[in-house]
Design a protein around this ligand. Structure first.
Ligand code: ADP
Length: 256
């Protein structure tokens, strides 16, 4: 399936405020992600990245402001949103196969207690093929490596045929090679399906290479733009409190 890219932005957030009791997590967040783009949300721990994703998924509602997805209010969208968590933990020894785990991604359409149809099984195989995991369809999920598990979780998100994929630090715990391979695969999917990607991430280098839009969040949107605009911004150094040696000071640069 390929996503039809209409005129509405994939994600539109307008003056969104959210607090957990007295603790404010998001303050006046406004941003847009065009359909078909790969947008990365970066920022230190506690910056509000997961909170923003949860609001978009409709798990929480903002205290103020508006979030829309392809023109529809978050929480009331008619199209599925694919969600890829940091990882999932199954009870030890839980005998869930890769194929069955991916099939769970069809449950909203399957309905509880309905037997999977031939089409459901075909879609599972197709999604596993797309992430390069079809040969492992009968393996136990818990026996796979972290990188392989993340690919399977992407496949689980894809079988619902989403046009927006929300990823919450999907490469936490992967080594650099697995991380690079993961981003390359996700970008192939973006191109092949016309998917919009919104990915919370700590991988500044991978993001610089693959994303079209970078959103630097620290309760407020501190910077938004192309990877080079944001990653070279003063806001980035301030938010991450880089030591001065790492900071770019154009005014101090002169002939050596
Ligand atoms: P990030 O994903 O960028 O690390 P979070 O959205 O998880 O940030 O958290 C933002 C802020 O909200 C943090 O200060 C965090 O401690 C707080 N927070 C997150 N979840 C809860 C919760 N369920 N209850 C209370 N405070 C929370």
């Amino acid at each position: 399936m390929r996503c039809a890219l209409g005129p509405s932005p994939a994600v539109e957030v307008e003056d969104v405020w959210y607090a957990y009791g007295p603790r404010s997590a998001l303050e006046g967040v406004t941003l847009q992600v065009p359909a078909g783009a790969f947008a990365a949300v970066i920022g230190p721990n506690g910056a509000g990245k997961s909170t923003l994703l949860r609001l978009l998924l409709g798990i929480e509602r903002p205290q103020r402001g508006r979030l829309t997805i392809f023109g529809e209010p978050a929480g009331k969208v008619s199209h599925p949103i694919g969600y890829v968590p940091q990882g999932i933990r199954l009870p030890r020894g839980f005998p869930l196969s890769v194929g069955d785990l991916v099939l769970m991604g069809r449950y909203p359409t399957l309905g509880l207690g309905r037997r999977p149809s031939r089409k459901d099984r075909e879609r599972v195989e197709e999604a596993l093929e797309q992430v390069g995991m079809l040969p492992l369809i009968r393996r136990r999920f818990e026996d796979l490596s972290g990188g392989q598990q993340q690919r399977v979780l992407i496949a689980r998100a894809l079988v619902g045929d989403p046009c927006l994929l929300v990823l919450d630090e999907p490469t936490a715990g992967l080594d650099p090679a697995a991380r690079a391979a993961f981003y390359a695969m996700v970008c192939d999917l973006q191109r092949a399906r016309g998917l919009t990607l919104l990915c919370a991430s700590h991988d500044l280098e991978d993001v610089a290479q693959h994303a079209q839009i970078v959103i630097l969040l620290d309760r407020r949107v501190q910077a938004i733009g192309s990877p080079s605009e944001v990653l070279e911004s003063r806001a980035l150094a301030q938010v991450y409190r880089f030591p001065p040696a790492h900071h770019h000071h154009p005014e101090k640069e002169g002939p050596a």
